[in-house]
Structure formats: structure tokens, C-alpha cells
Design a protein around this ligand. Sequence first.
Ligand code: CAA
Length: 240
Amino acid sequence: MTRVAIVTGGTRGIGEAISVALHAQGRTVVANYTGNTEKAAAFTAATGIPAVRWDVGDHAATLAAVTAIAEQYGPVDIVVNNAGITRDGVLHRMSFDDWNEVMRVNLGGCFNLAKATFPGMRERGWGRIVNIGSINGQAGQYGQVNYAAAKSGIHGFTKALAQEGAKFGVTVNAIAPGYIDTDMVAAVPAPVLEKIVAKIPVGRLGQAEEIARGVVFLTSEDSGFVTGSTLSINGGQHMY
Ligand code: CAA
């Protein structure tokens, strides 16, 4: 049976690698994106994976999009909540909008996708939800009270929903990436990033594919005894 998987933020960065890896496992993958239409079209042309545009922070839009995806491809058994944004800045300069937008997209997106898919997974007796958290949600990060709070929230959300899904064959896990070589990390000012990389024991940034391999494991048919866990993939930067 081909299972249908949605990967949010699935056309770029870590999400792109996840979409490609799940597709290679024989999953029917639908990649969500919000902003970059040009990149999404190039992604679909290169991989054959369809890309669907909606804002995961928008509750009604998420419910409508998932309903349409299920009608076209079949019930959604796998969700990877990967979509995330940063609005970095120290608290005394951070606007309410910078706070709210990061919470709305990064944490609200997990709720919206779960509301759209978890009830069906529960009824069918099988499901896999993987939420992409962050080392900065585990350890905190200067200039990221919004992002760290949202990512930390994702880790709590994961453990709570895992308890609700356990009896029904639905596992819910998190991955906490460290600093991965993506556009998001490239946006960190070079001198700041240099100091961060110097503290990574493995001595380099991670690759998106190294996160995707964790997602493949956590969404596999035989990972049913793994739930409520957080897999840290961070080059040893934070051992938690
Ligand atoms: N700890 C302590 N002090 C720090 C610090 C830190 N980690 N980082 C900066 N400071 C200090 C600086 O030394 C400086 O002090 P002085 O004024 O005494 O020299 C002061 O804070 C201001 O620093 P900046 O000049 O950098 O201030 P800024 O307002 O221009 O920028 C910032 C602040 C936006 C937070 C910037 O430092 C920054 O972008 N930091 C990186 C944040 C980060 O790591 N984001 C991760 C993005 S990637 C991601 O989120 C993916 C993931 O999941 C890992």
C-alpha cells in the first residue's frame, strides 16, 4: 500500500530533503509551501513531487487543503510538520508581530495539521506524525525568544499528542535539528555563525539529508514502538 505523506515547507531546505527521502521510500508525497512559487515549481519539475501552496498558520486554509489532498491522493497517514520561520532579534527590539508570527506558523502549524489529519489516522488505526523542533527549543538561543518558545512548544505538543495516539497506532515524535546548511542558517550573520559552528563537536554544519534519514526511520512501518521521543541530530552541540 502506498501511504500518503504531507511535508510542510517541503520544497526547500530540510523539507525538500524530507520530501525526496520519503518519495524514495515509495510514499506518495505532497509538499506544502507558502511563499516561493518559483522554487516550488522547480522542485516539482526536478522530483515529480506535487507542491501545494497554503499557509500552515491559517487554520481554515489547512483544513481545506488537507481535505483536497485526501480527495485527490487518498487518506493522509504521514505528516511531517517542518514549516518554520525565524524573526530573530533581542527581546527589547522584538515586536509583538515578530513574536506572534513565529508562534502562529511554527507552533500553530503543528496544531492545524494535526487537527486536519490526526482524527483520521486514529480511526484507521495507523499514523505517523513527525514534528521538526530545534536545538534552540531545547537549549534556548540569544535573539530567539519567539523561535525558542515555539520550538520548545513543539516538543511539549509532541509528547502530549503521542499519549493520545498511542492506543490507536499513531506515533508522534520530534526531531531536534542543530545548525543545518540551509538558507535559514545562512541568514545568520557570518561572525555569529562562525562562533556557533566552533561549538559543534563534529566540526561542521549538518546536511538536510541527515535530518531526512531520521524522518524516514520515524515514519517507517516498523517504528511503532517509538513514540513521544525526540531525536537530536545536531553534531553533538547539545547532548540532551
Ligand atoms: N550570548 C551572549 N551575548 C551575545 C550573543 C550570545 N549568544 N550573541 C550576541 N551577543 C551580544 C553581542 O556580543 C553584542 O554585545 P555588545 O553590544 O556588548 O558587543 C550584543 O549581544 C548585540 O549583538 P549583535 O550585534 O549581534 O546584535 P544585533 O541586534 O545586531 O543582532 C541577533 C542580534 C539578531 C540576535 C544576532 O546576534 C543573530 O542573528 N544571532 C543569531 C541567532 C541565531 O542563532 N539564530 C538561529 C537561526 S537558524 C535556526 O533557528 C535554525 C535552528 O533551528 C537551529
